[in-house]
Ligand binder design. Sequence first.
Ligand code: AGP
Length: 621
Amino acid sequence: MCGIVGVIGNPQAVDVVTTGLSRLEYRGYDSAGLAVLGPAGAIHTCKAVGKLAALMAKIPGFNATLPTPPTTAIGHTRWATHGAPTEANAHPHVGTCGAHTIAVVHNGIIENYNEYRTTLAKQGATFASETDTEIIPNALAHRMQGVGVSLVQAVQQLTPTFRGHFAFVAMAQGKPDELVGTRRGAPLCVGLAEGASYLVSDPLALAGICSRFVYLEDDDVVHLTPNRLTITDKNGLPTTRPVTTLDLSTEASGKQGFKHFMLKEIHEQPAVCARILQEYTDAQTLLPCLPLLGLNLATVTTINIVACGTANYAGQVGKYAIESLSRIPTNTDIASEFRYRTPPLRPGDLFIAVSQSGETADTLAALEHAKANGQQILVLTNTPTSTMARMADAVINLQAGREIAVASTKAFTAMVLNLILLGLQLGHARGHLSGAQVHGHTTHLRTLPGLIESMLSHTGVLQKVASGLTGSHSALFLGRGMLAPLAYEGALKMKEISYIHAEGYASGEMKHGPIALVEPGLPVINLATSTDGLFEKTLSNLQEVAARRGHIILVTDDAGATQLPLSGKQGLTLVTVPSSPPLLAPIIFAVPLQLLAYLTATEKGTDVDQPRNLAKSVTVE
Ligand code: AGP
């Protein structure tokens, strides 16, 4: 959460910062701000509450106050943690002590900020915000004034005393030719160009500006001048980090004619599935060939899949797939719970982190815990340069292409399809599935792009259901087997972007409590495939809702629709999807759920791509 951009040595520093922030808005959009070092070395700041557009409106006026275009600037887009989204809490934050004034942009949380705040206040510091961030520039300025050290030395000395996961960039009044940055847990990398250098949360911020990047390790401190990069490691010793060249020009940009990124990304799913199947199945044999060489599968007795939010629901589908296809016992966990319940972990077992961004703090903490306990680490991510990917023994690139909308759609589909392929590959490697059986499954999977395509062009019924939902305060989503996690995901999508309270339940669990919620007219979205052997049971659960006059919206396949008893059809809204083998169902059923949430949200007029209170990348625990 929060996006950072730092620029040094570029006369277009303000433009680079604002362009970079526009690409990092996915990390938070509660407020934005920037600070520049003017020609006399004075710090000038400009901040605005709300999305970047509010800051952009202020930039011409701000530029007019500067005698010459600055070459050094830092900028920030905020997802609020400590303190409401106000201008006072917007970054950059500035702290002064004696002759030293420091400006800082920060991502993450300084957990011991309160102790610092108390101590600094006793030393005469005053605070203008409610943020944890503000202690950083104040502590740095006090250190510089107190012991006569430089900015970089102050950062080196104080960073080890800050608790938590964070990244920050600092600049000092009167020092127009230096920026200092550090990170722990949260991302920060250096961009290198001729005569200029950059510090950013994500290289995407610098697409078209530079292509050479240096990823910092935890507790590295980087000192940048326009032409020089110096890094010290967590022990304060000089070090170097490899330079990675990235081709960011191929990143698709813009909505390409769609009203929202989310809709564009829903429509990209046929292409995403085709790409995954082409990349990860052998063209001749059709056997999966995921890049697992870094793993020793012979030692694996148990698999732990750990993730958050949508990625966790994809992981739950993965559990069904892996257990049924390979017979390897598989657990799933929410990352924020896994880490702190200290589960017994057997060295040599497999830990799978699933993360679109590869930066989610909870998942990262769980991964570090598993690694420290001798687990082999497999990461499924859409960002192969991410922190998680760099810590893994093996990485499966989700191949979804950059996902911009906060509500995840194509990344979910990609996670599920890759986990199904993983189940097939493990099942074959373990001798549980024959080559012919795997071939049969992958042949079916190859029909996915066409099946999804056909659903995307028939949204009439969903539009009617969505119109009905806009007046509802609440909705239930129900499913069994592999479709239970789809019910959870459908409910999550609905609440994220339409703000309608929605709960997902395993159908069989309804009678154990949630059925008390059913009252006349309550929308209950039931997911049922006719091919998993559970159809009749699901229909019984549906009757239980009908008996209490809930409004049943049944999402089922064409074959299921024909099996409905005539009486069961009364008072029910039917949404049909193409019939498919059971392994394909979680992907097929995802599409109408995504569209339903999207259509409901657009009808309600909410901010679909950037819903309130959320951010795409959650880098705080
Ligand atoms: C998805 O719609 C959500 N915005 C959210 O649940 C997301 O899936 C979660 O934060 C995990 O993110 P990750 O995949 O980048 O780790």
